[in-house]
Design a protein around this ligand. Structure first.
Ligand SMILES: NC(=O)c1ccc[n+]([C@@H]2O[C@H](COP(=O)([O-])OP(=O)(O)OC[C@H]3O[C@@H](n4cnc5c(N)ncnc54)[C@H](OP(=O)(O)O)[C@@H]3O)[C@@H](O)[C@H]2O)c1
Length: 295
């Protein structure tokens, strides 16, 4: 299968390239060759690669910066519809990635696809606008909302914790935001399986919005504690103390949802796709990081 991945340098794009391996012919294209905002560049990239399926791993993802750059965040993310339009025109599957930030995080259970949306920040609003634009451009597109994505490369919570631990003996980590960490390798595997199923059945199964994160749930503080337990076993320097703090103790320009948990039962029921539990995924990520550890 030939797969075009939009967004070449991001952590999910890298994970898709790594995971697809020899299984598929994957081309990942980013700016300037493929700029989501530029319909002509998107059309040229799709024509040049002639794919059997398109996966959009590109997005404006700077959550805090989006608060002061909302028009740019919206233009890039709504630009995903340029890809969706090309996919619909060619009758090939389009898989788009969205976020838990479309919700306000106030619900006391994991969010289902049928729950009302209500983003509390500019990034969430831009991603919600993207979901709507994608659905309008290609009603058969699959939009996968995920959360708390990390990989053994790129900028993410796991690597930030390990970097901070190199110079600090004590860290404060927010304990009142809960969600499910999603290892990009597992998300990539899930997306590839969905693309394979969509190609095989000629997109007969319903498209639309689905939730897809790692399984289980935790807080950022508990996740950090697990990262350091695993890192210590692998010979990394870890802090002596990891303090649990409230969100109010770590102010950021953008408000984060307190509850980022997504109920992923619909995608499992419809497509048989379920991602592994987060502690197992974290072990695999730390193994990959340890492989490249200097010394
Ligand atoms: N990270 C998370 O915790 C998280 C959580 C929920 C959902 N998501 C969603 O998951 C997807 C993948 O996220 P990620 O963590 O892999 O993000 P990432 O590492 O920040 O990568 C984003 C990618 O998008 C590209 N991009 C930015 N503007 C573009 C444009 N105008 N045209 C084409 N490409 C553009 C960037 O390329 P440049 O190098 O050119 O900037 C980069 O390769 C996104 O849809 C994101 O919203 C992420």
């Amino acid at each position: 299968m030939r797969i075009l991945v939009a967004g070449a340098s991001g952590q999910l794009a890298k994970a898709l390239l790594d995971t697809a391996g020899g299984r598929h012919d994957v081309t990942a294209l980013g700016r300037p060759t493929l700029d989501l905002k530029d319909a002509a560049s998107v059309a040229r990239a799709v024509t040049a690669t002639n794919p059997d399926a398109i996966i959009n791993a590109g997005a404006y993802t700077a959550v805090d910066k989006a608060e002061t750059e909302e028009p740019e965040a919206t233009a890039v993310n709504v630009g995903s519809a340029n890809l969706a339009r090309e996919a619909a025109r060619r009758d090939i599957p389009f898989l788009h990635v969205s976020t838990d930030y479309v919700f306000d995080g106030k619900l006391d259970r994991p969010y289902r696809e049928s729950d009302p949306v209500g983003p509390v920040g500019a990034y969430g609003r831009s991603k919600l606008a993207a979901e709507e634009a994608v659905a309008a451009a290609d009603p058969r597109a699959l939009t996968l909302r995920t959360a708390w994505v990390y990989y053994h490369e790129g900028a993410n919570f796991v690597r930030t914790m390990l970097r901070l631990a190199e110079t600090r003996d004590e860290l404060n980590v927010v304990a009142d935001q809960i969600g499910c960490p999603t290892y990009a390798a597992d998300l990539a595997e899930g997306l590839l399986k969905l693309a394979e199923l969509r190609v095989a059945d000629g997109q007969k199964q319903p498209g639309g919005v689905y939730h897809l994160t790692g399984s289980g749930e935790t807080s950022w503080h508990n996740f950090a504690t697990a990262i350091f337990a695993g890192a210590a076993k692998r010979g990394f320097k870890v802090p002596a103390k990891v303090n649990a703090i409230p969100t109010s103790g770590y102010p950021t320009p953008a408000v984060r949802p307190a509850n980022s948990r997504l109920d992923c039962s619909l995608i499992e029921k419809t497509y048989g796709v379920r991602l592994p539990v987060w502690p197992d995924a974290l072990e695999r990520c730390l193994n990959a990081i340890a492989l490249h550890k200097p010394g």
